[in-house]
Design a protein around this ligand. Structure first.
Ligand SMILES: [Zn+2]
Length: 312
């Protein structure tokens, strides 16, 4: 009797183990599937496709055009050439009431102005905060020199070079960069912009409006610039989305795009209901689509980036 009972319990224990093991395997399978899906989503940020040559026509551009356009990389190695005629507008004249501006002189490129208005209006709607103050936009060569001289006087040359770019090496020359600060209109107090608390929303969502956080903390070895949570660079979509989604700094993105040469595979990406095709061309013979909307920008290094909005 005792023996039978023992067997019975033994069987029951085995059955429990079998069920437990099955559950464990099932769980492991679910986890694996979930991870697999995440990886797949990550890979789906973009795909690539070979061009059908008959759909493109050749444009012959000039070598100096490499230094013009919304996607130019500007840093210590690739200085701004001051050869563009980009339309610059005063923030004071064009801004909405969701934020303030330091003075009437702050100016940015027209496309940057429009994106900034949308970003900061949505930030105000989301957080009910109207304390953003735009403190810097477009800068001339002479103004950048003045800033550097002032900082050098305050901190010495070594420290100044860490924070203020040499004239020509600042993105602010393009009109496509803005610096933010915090200004309380009620009591007149101000504080530096750190992109924390309510302001985190701006740093996390800026890419949806065409901006990138240009100098991320984890990329200072590459950018050569310390973390600047207040400095935003306008690139436009879908580039701001790709840079952010792939966790690249702009130097890395410019390198990344070189693999999508016109003659090889073109990058394809969908964002917010629109499909885009992006490719790179070294040299000055640039192929563009015959029947689709596109924009060309130099990269300020060695070639051109073509961005096509696909007909859907
Ligand atoms: Zn800046």
């Amino acid at each position: 009797m005792k023996r039978n009972q023992k067997n019975y319990y033994g069987l029951r224990t085995t059955a429990v183990w079998v069920v437990l093991l099955a559950c464990l395997l099932g769980f492991a399978f679910l986890v694996k599937t979930a991870i697999g899906k995440t990886e797949q989503t990550g890979q789906e940020t973009y795909s690539s496709v070979a061009p059908t040559k008959g759909d493109y026509q050749k444009l012959s551009l000039k070598k100096e055009d490499i230094h013009k356009g919304d996607l130019i990389l500007v840093n210590a190695e690739n200085k701004y050439q001051f050869s563009e005629n980009r339309e610059i507008v005063h923030v004071f004249d064009e801004k909405n009431s969701a934020y303030s501006v330091k003075d009437k002189n702050v100016a940015v490129a027209k496309n940057t102005m429009e994106a900034l208005n949308r970003l900061l209006a949505d930030f105000y709607d989301e957080q009910g905060n109207n304390k953003i103050n735009v403190i810097s936009g477009h800068r001339t060569y002479a103004f950048q020199q003045t800033l550097l001289d002032k900082k050098t006087e305050e901190t010495g040359a070594v420290e100044a070079m860490k924070w203020v770019a040499l004239p020509g090496a600042s993105e602010h020359h393009t009109g496509l960069a803005v610096d933010l600060s915090i200004f309380n209109r009620e009591d007149g107090s101000s504080e530096p912009y750190k992109g924390t608390g309510q302001y985190k929303w701006i740093n996390e969502n800026a890419y949806k409006y065409g901006f990138i956080v240009r100098y991320p903390d984890e990329k200072k070895e590459i950018t050569g610039i310390d973390y600047e949570p207040w400095h935003f660079r306008y690139l436009g979509l879908p580039h701001s989305y790709l840079v952010t989604e792939k966790k690249l700094c702009y130097e890395e993105y410019i390198d990344f795009l070189r693999q999508f040469e016109y003659d090889k595979e073109h990058l394809q990406v969908s964002y917010d209901g629109k499909s885009y095709e992006i490719y790179f061309t070294g040299g000055t013979d640039v192929y563009v689509p015959k029947s689709e909307q596109y924009s060309i920008s130099g990269n300020n290094v060695d070639g051109f980036i073509v961005t096509v909005v696909k007909n859907s």
